[in-house]
Write a protein of this length. Structure first.
Length: 117
């Protein structure tokens, strides 16, 4: 397990789920830029240097913070990271991370819009 801080943009609205014991938790997905963000070759195609981050939160505070966010918001997540690899239908492999959110640092888009309106 790697403890870390990762920043990216939410690619979906965070959603609340319930486990089989009735306890609620939050899940979200974000995309984070890797390195300097330049294009790099991967499986004979040029794609941005980014990775998908699967976020799950169990504690009430990060769950509430995620619930206030929406797709497109920039967010920083603190917690244990687990490196993963996923393969698309064409057989190209991509890096990914799973993270359990202990802390969520973000400014929701609604707040930004209200400040400048």
């Amino acid at each position: 397990m790697i403890e870390g801080l990762i920043t990216g943009r939410l690619t979906t609205d965070p959603s609340e789920r319930t486990d089989r014991f009735g306890k609620t938790f939050m899940v979200a997905r974000m995309r984070a830029t890797v390195g300097d963000g330049n294009l790099r070759p991967n499986a004979a195609a040029e794609i941005p240097s980014s990775l998908f981050v699967n976020v799950v939160a169990f504690d009430p505070v990060p769950c509430k913070q995620l619930l206030d966010l929406q797709e497109g918001d920039v967010v920083s997540i603190v917690g244990p990271l687990t490196p993963k690899v996923w393969t698309d239908k064409q057989g190209a492999s991509y890096p990914a991370l799973d993270v359990v959110a202990y802390r969520v640092l973000a400014v929701p888009t609604q707040i930004h819009s209200a400040e400048f309106a």
